[in-house]
Design a protein around this ligand. Structure first.
Ligand code: NAP
Length: 493
């Protein structure tokens, strides 16, 4: 199906460097495919280190003037950009759904969600307060100011093509930093459309630069930024494995790092939980974006006493989910991003069933009717899951719910924490003393208590342990792009 946009200029197929739309210096390009059909529908630059360096030079040249602008003026730009993003919601959602596969209603939701960070940081831009510290001796004044970190390189994944990059660009620009960014290979178009709207909002040349590239050249582009002393910070969302590489490879120039990495979220249903609320919460947390979300519950622990009732309620809801392409307004689960993703889901399900899991719903690829295509997988529930299964220790990143049994609070908290990851955790209980006890013991950056939807521009999003460090959103999110300067002025007595 052809992609019909009201504003055809939002489909950009070039890099955005120094305020210009341009091809890679090598001229190389790669095709962008629709995950629903596998059909290629656009092509963008397969950039290399030379393009990355050009982007850095542009960002470095633009930095002094952008950083020197009064925060109020940077905020005005962010507000104009926010208004344009919101005004073009339908086109952005269509573009995002086409390259990423998520249902249109979810894509519209993501535009609103991503835009909310732009608005939030427009409001925070004017609040990067410093301090005055009482001096210990006469004649001195001690002040603390916050300054922009400098040029920031943003590297983002494919699962939230708009929100992940907006969540980085907005605080960076608000703080007075300039940006070079590389979106994921699978989803470059939404990022380029955002850049087009930033251009329209009047952003000065070089303040925001987008460089696209193919997977085989990602290391080339990002490596150029890692090695470049002009880039003062890397902000990355993606897998823990790549996050660790970036941490190692940025050590040569000791860059600031924000790493929003993988998760393995536990979701605990205690025996006193409101089961209907827990099922609602799990459906919202698990099946958004087809389960391809870093905060998706990956391990669902259900107390023995309510295991059968919970399984039955959940199975009915999962069975009713409608699988299909983004273009079908009723779709709730779109295609997975690519063939590798479906292969991983299939391998996890096969492994779980071989190790004693009981298939309750789904458990197979879908390729018929409205959901005809290579990358669909049926929403799946597997009962009697255990910790020998791969899905207990690795992110499945798909619409698969494994149900583990537990009988005791201590036991389930230990199991929940028994992972190198620490991004999100959820639990349902009506016992307020248990709420305080369990929330404190869970080793994660985010905790959902009787709630399945956690993310908000007003709250700090980020992990602990191997889920990374740094926070996005809220006032804490601005700090990640600011450095502290202490001034000591003498001779005042
Ligand atoms: P990924 O493979 O780590 O890729 C993320 C980004 O890094 C992409 O732009 C990718 O480019 C690039 N990249 C890959 N290999 C690289 C290398 N060797 N050097 C430099 N850059 C490299 O992750 P993904 O599969 O796109 O995303 C899924 C992961 O992201 C999951 O683990 C998920 O939990 C995590 N995630 C975390 C959060 C959070 O906030 N904590 C949010 C969303 C997703 P290519 O696209 O070209 O490979």
């Amino acid at each position: 199906m052809s992609l019909t946009l009201t504003r055809t200029d939002l489909l950009k197929e070039q890099n955005f460097i120094d305020g210009q739309w341009c091809d890679s210096s090598s001229g190389a390009r790669y095709e962008v495919a629709d995950p629903a059909s596998g059909a290629q529908f656009a092509a963008v630059p397969a950039s290399c280190a030379v393009d990355a360096a050009q982007a850095t030079a542009a960002a470095q040249a633009a930095l002094p003037a952008w950083r020197a602008l009064p925060a109020r003026e940077r905020a005005r730009f962010l507000k104009r950009w926010h208004a344009l993003i919101v005004a073009n919601t339908d086109d952005l959602a269509k573009l995002m759904s086409r390259e990423q596969g998520k249902p249109l209603a979810e894509a519209r939701g993501e535009v609103a969600y991503g835009a909310s960070y732009v608005e939030w940081f427009a409001e925070e831009a004017v609040r990067s307060y410093g301090d005055v510290i009482p001096a210990q001796v006469r004649g001195k004044q001690l002040t603390v100011t916050k300054e922009a970190v400098g040029v920031v390189a943003a590297i983002t994944p494919w699962n939230f093509p708009l929100a992940m990059i907006a969540r980085k660009i907005a605080p960076a620009l608000a703080a007075g930093c300039t940006v070079v960014a590389k979106p994921a290979e699978d989803t470059p178009l939404t990022a380029l459309a955002l850049a087009r709207l930033a251009e329209e909002a009047g952003l000065p040349a070089g303040v925001l630069n987008i460089v696209t590239t193919s997977r085989d050249r990602a290391q080339d582009v990002v490596g150029a930024w890692l090695a470049d002393a002009r880039v003062r910070k890397i902000t990355f969302t993606g897998s823990t494995a790549v996050g660790k590489l970036l941490a190692c490879d940025s050590a040569g120039t000791l860059k600031r790092l924000s790493l929003e990495l993988g998760g393995n979220a536990p979701f605990i249903v205690f025996d006193d939980a409101d089961l209907d609320a827990a099922v609602d919460g799990l459906m919202a947390a698990k099946f958004r974006n087809g389960g391809q979300t870093c905060v998706s519950p990956n391990r669902v622990y259900v107390h023995d006493a309510v295991y059968a009732a919970f399984t039955q309620k959940l199975a009915a809801r999962v069975e009713a989910l409608r699988v299909g392409p983004a273009t079908w307004e009723e779709a709730q689960i779109g295609p997975m991003i690519n063939a590798r993703a479906v292969d991983k889901i299939e391998a996890h399900v096969r492994d779980a069933l071989a190790k004693g899991g009981r298939l309750v719903v789904g458990g197979k690829r879908v390729n018929d009717g409205v959901a005809s295509g290579p990358n669909y997988y049926a929403p799946t529930v597997i009962a009697e899951a255990n910790h020998d299964m791969a899905l207990a220790s690795e992110e499945t990143f798909g619409p698969v719910v494994p149900l583990f049994r537990f009988s005791d609070e201590d036991q389930v908290v230990k199991l929940a924490n028994d992972t190198p990851y620490g991004l999100a955790a959820y639990f349902y209980t009506r016992d307020i003393v248990r709420v305080a006890r369990v929330a404190e013991r869970l080793e994660t950056g985010l905790v959902g208590i009787n709630e399945g939807v956690l993310a908000s521009e007003a709250a700090p999003f980020g992990g602990v342990k191997e889920s990374g460090y740094g926070r996005e959103g809220s006032r804490y999110g601005l700090d990640d792009y600011l450095q502290t300067k202490y001034r000591c002025q003498g001779g005042l007595a």
